[in-house]
Design a protein around this ligand. Structure first.
Ligand SMILES: CC(C)(COP(=O)(O)OP(=O)(O)OC[C@H]1O[C@@H](n2cnc3c(N)ncnc32)[C@H](O)[C@@H]1OP(=O)(O)O)[C@@H](O)C(=O)NCCC(=O)NCCS
Length: 159
């Protein structure tokens, strides 16, 4: 099996939509509302590019099975990870780790000193992933007030 991380392109949006839908619908209570709450996925690469960020997909044997994006925060040197998802069929092969490392390297190249992220309290697999990659969970949560009644943990890592 060959895995490959590459910059997301304009042709990847449909695959990314299917991927995020597949991931989120595995969690009871998590609503995948494409037009109401996730419209940025319709132009995954372009959305992040327009905000001075970057987006990537991971392929396994030529099929898109993972995605991630980064955006700069208001504070200088601080960047945020967004939209990390890996298809259930492709997990525990290091694909999320490869995506996060790619995103960290790109942020570092743009003078980042810290990466931060928010993660749904229900996405427990990701909390183990972030710990394995050196992210620290800090004692703060936020409520999104969205259709999924999302509460999120905050993570950070010095780069
Ligand atoms: C979290 C997620 C992205 C991990 O993707 P992945 O490609 O399977 O992760 P990796 O293979 O790179 O895992 C690296 C390490 O993270 C930890 N980890 C990942 N998934 C884990 C799990 N289900 N249980 C325990 N540890 C886990 C392990 O330490 C793992 O190393 P190992 O496989 O050698 O034990 C994937 O499960 C996913 O998409 N989940 C649903 C969406 C989500 O939570 N997104 C993150 C939003 S913030």
């Amino acid at each position: 099996m060959t895995k490959h991380v590459r910059a997301a392109g304009d042709a990847d949006s449909d695959a990314v939509i299917a991927l995020v839908r597949e991931c989120w619908t595995q969690y009871p209570g998590v609503v995948f509302d494409l037009d109401g709450e996730l419209a940025e996925l319709r132009d995954f690469a372009g959305y992040y590019r327009a905000l001075e960020g970057e987006a990537w997909v991971a392929e396994l044997d030529g099929r898109v099975v993972g995605c991630i994006a980064i955006l700069p925060e208001d504070q200088p040197g601080v960047w945020m990870l967004h939209k990390l998802n890996v298809s259930p069929s492709a997990r525990r092969r290091g694909i999320a780790s490869a995506l996060v490392r790619e995103a960290e390297a790109a942020a570092r190249a743009r003078d980042a000193v810290r990466m931060v992220l928010w993660s749904d309290t229900r996405f427990i697999e990701s909390h183990a992933l972030y710990a394995s990659l050196g992210y620290e969970k800090i004692p703060v949560t936020r409520e999104l007030g969205d259709r999924s009644n999302t509460v999120e943990f905050r993570f950070r890592k010095s780069l």
